[in-house]
Design a protein. Structure first.
Length: 362
């Protein structure tokens, strides 16, 4: 049992540059969420493609899950795999939901809390805790997860993890390649139909999220299983610049096609480059910290975005004030994410991992 517990609980060495890039993508999401409040015309938003960071997350997730579990899934089994994923992901799902509820109840710039009964608020909160999509608030654009909007991607991440354990871990690389190509065609269809790849977050575009993760997760897994690791000397800074270019690129007449090409080819290429890049020792700590802070930042920032949205709609700050708010707000949210990581997420996961180890040994 001791040997089995070691197999189940062990973690592999990280790709530090990929961890660093995850942090860059998380910061891009935060800035994008701030600015989409002020610039509803995304062509006027300098980071108007920041939402594509989610597709990068999905692709990176496919690569990392394949790397971490492909060779030991038979030993640990599906049940222990699901436990590992829940232990890693769900503590921050809970914290993000709590922060979202508190932000809703005590938002000084909104009176929306008076529109809903205590029972309705409790139901929305429970759905958020359990990752059950419930697009109930029209004034919040029918987000699938009203109190923590980014949780929509975690819902699909859970779906992908389930399908990985049940199906994807067992299929050959050739079958995975065919599946990835078919999902790529689906991505192009969604982009053409809608005009962009922004969907998945709300009730009216719920299934677009399924298309986005179906391709990107499969593509990341395919990159790993195919050994498409490109040795290079671009380093973290070079790759961070390349990744950021996808988020700040302008909107085009054939916007859906450009976004589709970025998701289909550019992000898998960046994963392959990131896995093969040489990291300067001076930047190792930066990449490690960036990777650690990325998920707490992603899952705790949106309560502040709702408050900012109500503030912006009430006071309409000018460009200079907006720049100051977004800069200070992003730094503040990074600080909150750090506190959430060291005071809540890491201690909770250590505690749960300790209890799990005792159960496995006994």
């Amino acid at each position: 049992m001791e040997k089995q517990s070691t197999v189940i609980l062990k973690t592999k060495q990280h790709y530090d540059i990929l961890d660093g890039l995850r942090g860059i993508a998380a910061i891009a999401v935060v800035i994008f969420h701030f600015l989409e409040i002020a610039y509803t015309d995304y062509s006027k938003n300098f980071i108007g493609h920041g939402f594509l960071a989610v597709d990068f997350f999905f692709c990176l997730s496919g690569f990392v899950i394949g790397y971490a579990y492909d060779d030991r899934m038979k030993k640990i089994g599906g049940t222990e795999f699901f436990k590992s994923r829940l232990l890693r992901l769900h503590p921050l799902v809970i914290l993000g939901s709590v922060l979202g509820l508190l932000g809703f109840l005590f938002d000084p710039y909104s009176a929306d809390q008076h529109l809903y009964s205590a029972g309705s608020v409790l139901l929305i909160f429970l759905c958020s805790l359990l990752l059950i999509p419930y697009p109930a608030m029209e004034e919040r654009y029918l987000n699938n997860f009203t109190f923590n909007a980014p949780a929509w991607s975690l819902f699909w991440e859970y779906v992908a993890n389930i399908l990985y354990a049940l199906i994807l871990v067992r299929i050959s690389r050739r079958v995975l390649l065919i599946l990835t190509i078919l999902c790529g065609a689906l991505i192009c269809f969604v982009g053409y139909r809608v005009g962009n790849l922004m969907g998945g977050w709300g009730g009216p575009n719920f299934w677009d999220g399924g298309a986005r993760i179906a391709y990107s997760f499969s593509a990341g897994l395919l990159v790993y299983r195919s050994g498409w690791i490109i040795k290079n000397r671009m380093g973290f800074i070079g790759l961070a610049i390349l990744l950021s270019m996808a988020f700040v690129m302008p909107w085009f007449k054939w916007n859906w096609l450009v976004e589709s090409l970025v998701v289909l080819f550019y992000f898998p290429l960046l994963i392959a480059l990131g896995a093969g890049a040489t990291l300067s020792p001076a930047l190792k700590k930066t990449c490690v910290f960036s990777g650690k802070i990325s998920y707490p930042l992603y899952m705790t920032h949106y309560a502040a975005i709702w408050i900012f949205a109500h503030y912006y709609n009430k006071y309409k700050p000018g460009t200079e004030q907006l720049a100051l708010i977004v800069t200070a707000g992003t730094i503040l949210l990074l600080a909150i994410a750090y506190l959430a990581m060291v005071l809540y997420d890491e201690p909770v996961r250590r505690y749960l991992a300790g209890k799990r180890k005792k159960q496995l040994i006994s």
